[in-house]
Design a protein around this ligand. Structure first.
Ligand SMILES: [Zn+2]
Length: 62
C-alpha cells in the first residue's frame, strides 16, 4: 500500500471513527488493519480486547 500525494491529509482534518462513528481528527485517531480509523477510546478498548483474547488463548500454568 502506498500513500497518494494528490490527497493530502492533515493532522487536524476530521474523520469519523470507524468503530463508534465519533468525529475525530487524524491526530487523535489510529489506523486499523482494515483501513479504517478509530478514536482514542476505541483504541483503548481494542487493546484491552486483544489483551483479553491473548490471555484467554494462553495456557495458564496454575
Ligand atoms: Zn471510536
Amino acid at each position: 500500500m502506498s500513500l497518494t500525494l494528490d490527497l493530502p491529509l492533515y493532522r487536524t482534518d476530521v474523520t469519523a471513527c470507524s468503530r463508534c462513528a465519533k468525529a475525530v481528527t487524524f491526530e487523535h485517531s489510529w489506523k486499523t488493519l482494515d483501513g479504517g480509523r478509530i478514536c482514542a477510546g476505541c483504541v483503548g478498548e481494542q487493546v484491552e480486547a486483544y489483551r483479553l483474547t491473548t490471555v484467554a488463548d494462553r495456557e495458564i500454568p496454575f
